[in-house]
Design a protein around this ligand. Structure first.
Ligand code: CUK
Ligand code: CUA
Length: 660
């Protein structure tokens, strides 16, 4: 037995008498101690205030949850606000061993994303979109695009797992997605770089004739929790490059707004003394904001006025123009973000090379369409709405404006890439009443570190923004953290925007060193209602139902039929049952395992050496792995989650008898 010196007890008793009792622990604390440590660490009062706003003691939960794209990681990151703690990643386009994604489960979903059967095992995730009801996040589903291969994924927010991946058959890269319509009728995916349909080959000299722009409307079936490809369609667009899109809401519900770059249709070729793309695509002073009437497009599609291209229904550009569902209007060149204000009345566009946020009035757009107030047509006969007749305001916000989000109080926030700042400015119109500042004015700029891309305000792209917090998703971190070699993390900076006017300080820096996120959405935590264990023992997460084939306690067994061996195994702290699985080399093994635990967080892993298999079995979950036992030998399989004190003892032997 350990002997504890009596002096220890005396000290503890003294501390108890003179101090504060927190959580049953006796400690001596006072504001003097806080000041002492602040002095030692060189912390200012502002730093202490920031700490008080963000520090989240053990057991306290975050008010908001961020769903962030994982960039190259091909995943989604889930982060708590204001603590800025990374809660987990969600495997989407990329195999991820902790979740078993691609190492025994998820293979069929990952395969849905293969292009013409060719493996594609990474993704460049950009824009997550939470499902919406009446333009507000409902916390049920999450969608995310993969820019590199034009794919869209569906994540179920009951278990935070990917349920579907769809490859766009028409195009090869996407950027204008994912965005949802206000009741998640459609998940929008705008193509980015124009290519011939299906990315077929065509010489670049035939760019204008053969290369195509498009936007796809994926029909979401809430009941099934899947995108219904058979009810989805696309609209052909001019062969510009298309950037970000946003869905109208409120009075502009039924419309999609989509930016474009390279309306010059430059084809590059710096090696042949042509202007490089960089210069060629920004020759014109303006590009085109596309205004698409998706409700009209839906009618046109349902009336069968489509062409089947690559097996997918497409409303041709000609039909789109004839049916009056596509208009464009000039926008400052090389725009990036297009963002619809909470009431749907204003559309904010930022041209990267123009210091203004350009604000269009939806009402004026409607009037211009009705009265055919066109300033001409583009090369493809798309009517151009007269710029001055649809413009509401231009607000000088700073250099390199990219994306805009909204607060509840008539404030708009725009990220400034070149200025490395976040601008706060006031909306006009009916928003003006809520703020002390005049309409359409820059109020303040908070410096961020550095080169901000997107920003995310709490529910800041919905019909009812919460404000309070803004996260600046900075691309460069330079000198903010310990240098991790030449590859540095990105920097998510939290800003407190609950104050008015010039008060919007940075209160936290969170490094992200696992890929470069782009957009993220921030939802009120109480809108989410995830399961903490699967509803029943033997749950199949892919189909979200009980699996009748799931092994259950007392039904564990091994069955052989011909060359197929079926294993029905259960996992519980701290053993697998059965523990011996003996097969012959070349057998097909169908291995089913159910985690029969009902305790929260009692996850078991299941890993077999040399077979590239690892599963994560959450309480109640059943999984099935199939493989050929091609490698003879003796393989201790084990539970790869530290689930219990006897976790190392949670093993078994998989014995593969060699063929003689
Ligand atoms: S993003 Cu995709 S290039 Cu500004 Cu939406 Cu980063
Ligand atoms: Cu189960 Cu470790």
């Amino acid at each position: 037995m350990l002997k504890i010196p009596s002096v220890f007890w005396k000290r503890a008793a003294l501390a108890c008498l003179g101090g504060v009792v927190i959580g049953g622990q006796a400690t001596a604390q006072s504001m003097n101690d806080v000041q002492k440590i602040a002095k030692e660490r060189g912390l200012s009062t502002a730093d202490l205030l920031a700490a008080a706003k963000t520090f989240t003691p053990s057991g306290m939960k975050d008010d908001y949850i961020i769903f962030s794209s994982g960039g190259h990681a091909g995943q989604v990151f889930v982060i708590g606000v204001p603590s800025m703690r990374l809660l987990r990643s969600i495997a989407v386009f990329t195999p991820e061993p902790w979740q078993g994604w691609g190492y025994g489960v998820g293979e069929e979903i990952l395969a849905e994303g293969f292009v013409n059967g060719k493996e594609n095992l990474w993704g460049d995730t950009h824009h997550p979109a939470l499902s919406e009801t009446n333009g507000d996040y409902d916390g049920q589903w999450l969608f995310i695009n993969d820019k590199i291969n034009a794919r869209v994924a569906v994540i179920d927010l009951r278990d935070f797992e990917t349920k579907q991946i769809l490859k766009n058959p028409l195009t090869v890269s996407d950027h204008g997605g994912t965005f949802v319509t206000p009741n998640t009728e459609y998940v929008i995916e705008g193509a980015q770089y124009s290519v011939p349909w299906g990315a077929d080959y065509a010489p670049i000299s035939e760019y204008k004739e053969k290369y195509k722009g498009s936007i796809t409307l994926w029909k979401f079936d809430r009941k099934k929790g899947r995108i219904d490809e058979s009810k989805s369609f696309a609209i052909e667009l001019p062969p510009y490059w298309h950037d970000i899109a946003d869905a109208g809401k409120g009075i502009s519900d039924g419309y999609i707004f989509l930016n474009s770059i390279n309306t010059e249709m430059a084809t590059g070729g710096i090696e042949n003394n042509n202007p490089p793309f960089e210069a060629g695509v920004s020759r014109n002073a303006t590009d085109y904001l596309h205004i698409i009437d998706w409700k009209k497009a839906e009618k046109v599609y349902k009336a069968g006025k489509v062409d089947q291209i690559k097996g997918f229904p497409v409303i041709s550009l000609e039909t789109a123009i004839a049916e009056g569902l596509l208009h464009v209007t000039p926008e400052p060149r090389s725009p990036h973000g297009v963002d619809v204000a909470p009431k749907g009345d204003f559309i904010v566009v930022s041209g990267k090379l123009d210091p203004h946020a350009t604000v269009y009035s939806f009402e004026k757009i409607m009037k211009a369409i009705e009265s055919k107030n066109f300033s001409g047509k583009d090369e493809f006969n798309v009517p151009i709405l007269d710029f001055d007749s649809v413009l509401e305001a231009q607000v000088e916000v700073g250099l390199g404006p990219l994306h805009t989000q909204f607060g509840p109080d008539g404030y708009a926030y725009t990220s400034l890439f070149l200025d490395s700042a976040v601008a706060r400015w006031t909306l006009g119109g009916s928003y003006g009443a809520g703020t002390p500042e005049p309409d359409w004015t820059l109020v303040h700029k908070t410096p961020v570190h550095y080169n901000v891309g997107h920003i995310g305000v709490a529910e800041g792209d919905t019909v009812s923004p919460d404000g309070k917090y803004l996260v600046s998703f900075n691309k460069w971190s330079v000198d903010r953290f310990f240098p991790t070699g030449p590859l540095l993390p990105q920097n998510f900076q939290l800003l407190d925007i609950s104050g008015q006017g010039t008060e919007m300080p940075v209160i936290y820096d969170m490094p992200i060193g696992i890929g470069e996120p782009h957009y993220a959405q921030m939802i009120k935590a109480d809108k989410l209602d995830p399961w903490t264990v699967y509803p029943e023992i033997g749950w199949d997460p892919l189909h979200q139902r009980l699996d009748p084939m799931a092994p259950r306690p007392k039904s564990e067994r091994i069955e052989r039929s011909g060359d197929t061996v079926e294993v029905f195994m259960t996992a519980v702290r701290s053993h697998f049952k059965p523990e011996h699985v003996v097969v012959k080399q070349g057998d097909r093994v169908v291995w089913r395992i159910t985690n029969v635990e009902r305790a929260v967080d009692a996850t078991h892993g299941f890993a077999i050496p040399q077979y590239n298999i690892n599963l994560s079995l959450e309480p109640g979950e059943t999984a099935k792995v199939e493989f050929i036992a091609d490698t003879p030998g003796s393989f201790p399989f084990y539970c790869s989650e530290f689930c219990s004190a006897l976790h190392l003892e949670m093993i078994g032997y998989f014995l593969v008898e060699p063929n003689e």
